[in-house]
Design a protein around this ligand. Structure first.
Ligand SMILES: [Fe+2]
Length: 309
C-alpha cells in the first residue's frame, strides 16, 4: 500500500519557531548538576533548592533544560512561538480541534500555554522568556562538552500517524521518515530549518527518548566520552561516538544522566528550508541507526515516562 504523506501547511494558523526547552524531574540535584554542568558544560541561569534552570553557551534565553527535584520523569516539552499573538492563535487552534488548554505561570517565562498532543505528550508554548548573556565567546565559562544549544527532542509514541497529522497542521515540515512493512514508524519534523525539532518513533508511550544538544565539533564527542571515563562514569556513555546512517546523518554520542534521562550530543545538521526540499524516505536495509555500531538494547527499549502533571 502506498504511503500517504500529509500536504505541508506553509501558512499555519500560528507561528511556532522551534523546540525550546525540556522540563525533567530528577532525584538528586547535586548529581544532575555534576552531569549537566560539570561534564556537559551547560550554564546555570538560576537555581533554588528545588530547581536548576540551565542553558547552553550559545543560548541567550533563560533556559533550555529545567531540572526539578522529584520522582524522575519528564514533565514537559517546550516549544516557542514568535509573538504573543501567536500564543492566542495557538490557544484558539487547540480548542477548535479538541485539545484542552490552560494558561499557567512558569518562572522566568512570559505567558505560557499548556496542552497535550494526540498521544498525550505534555507540551508548553511561550513567546518569550528572560534573557541572559550568550557565553560562547567567553572561554572562561566553558566546561566539559561545551554544549551550545538545544536542537531537538525525540518522543516514543504509539500514535506516529496521528502525531504527523497534528504537527503538520501546526506548520511542522516533514524532513525525513522511516518506513517498515509499508507503515511509517518514525517521522522527523522541523520548524527551524534543520532536519528536526521533534521526532516521533513508534513504541509504547508517550515517553521522551532523548533531548539533543549541539556541541562545537566532532572531536567534542570523543572528548566527552573520554571525560566520562576519566570521571569514573563510563557506564553513562550509552551509544557512540558514531554516525547515523539514517535520518539526519549526524555524528552522535548518547549519554544517560543519573536518572536515566537520555541526552544526545552532536555537532551539526544540514539545512532544509526551501520549498523544493522534499521529505527523505528511509527503509531497511538502508536504515542503520548507528552506522558502524549497533545500538545497545536499552537504546530501543528505555525512555523517560512523562509525569502526570
Ligand atoms: Fe536525536
Amino acid at each position: 500500500m502506498p504511503i500517504q504523506l500529509p500536504t505541508p501547511v506553509y501558512k499555519p494558523a500560528f507561528n511556532i519557531t522551534r523546540a525550546s526547552h525540556v522540563v525533567h524531574r530528577v532525584a538528586d540535584l547535586a548529581a544532575s548538576r555534576a552531569f549537566y554542568v560539570e561534564l556537559l558544560g551547560l550554564v546555570v541561569s538560576d537555581e533554588d533548592r528545588e530547581t536548576l534552570w540551565l542553558r547552553g553557551l550559545e543560548e541567550g534565553c533563560h533556559h533550555s533544560l529545567v531540572l526539578k527535584l522529584g520522582e524522575p520523569g519528564c514533565e514537559r516539552v517546550g516549544l516557542r512561538v514568535l509573538t504573543e499573538e501567536d500564543l492566542d492563535l495557538a490557544q484558539r487552534h487547540f480548542e477548535r480541534t479538541g485539545f484542552p488548554t490552560s494558561w499557567v505561570d512558569v518562572p522566568h517565562q512570559a505567558r505560557t500555554l499548556h496542552t497535550r498532543d494526540p498521544a498525550g505528550t505534555p507540551l508548553e508554548f511561550c513567546a518569550t522568556m528572560e534573557t541572559r548573556p550568550r557565553l560562547f565567546h567567553q572561554v572562561e565559562s566553558h566546561r566539559g562538552a561545551c554544549v551550545h544549544r538545544l536542537d531537538h527532542v525525540q518522543v516514543v509514541t504509539p500514535k506516529v500517524d496521528a502525531s504527523l497529522v497534528f504537527y503538520n497542521e501546526m506548520g511542522f515540515r516533514l524532513s525525513e521518515y522511516v518506513v517498515s512493512d509499508d507503515a511509517i514508524f518514525m517521522v522527523f519534523l522541523q520548524r527551524k530549518g534543520n532536519p528536526h525539532d521533534i521526532v516521533f518513533a513508534e513504541g509504547p508511550g508517550p515517553r521522551l527518548h532523548h533531548v539533543a544538544f549541539t556541541v562545537p565539533d566532532t572531536q567534542s564527542l570523543m572528548l566527552t566520552a573520554d571525560l566520562f571515563v576519566r570521571a569514573g562514569k563510563a557506564a553513562q556513555v550509552e551509544f557512540g561516538p558514531a554516525r547515523h546512517f539514517s535520518p539526519g546523518l549526524a555524528r552522535f554520542l548518547y549519554l544517560l544522566d543519573p536518572d536515566g534521562h537520555r541526552v544526545e550530543l552532536f555537532p551539526t545538521h544540514y539545512q532544509t528550508i526551501d520549498i523544493e526540499d522534499e521529505p527523505l524516505r528511509w527503509q531497511a536495509p538502508d536504515f542503520q541507526i548507528g552506522g558502524w555500531q549497533t545500538p545497545p538494547p536499552g537504546w530501543f527499549k528505555d525512555a523517560s515516562a512523562f509525569t502526570r502533571s
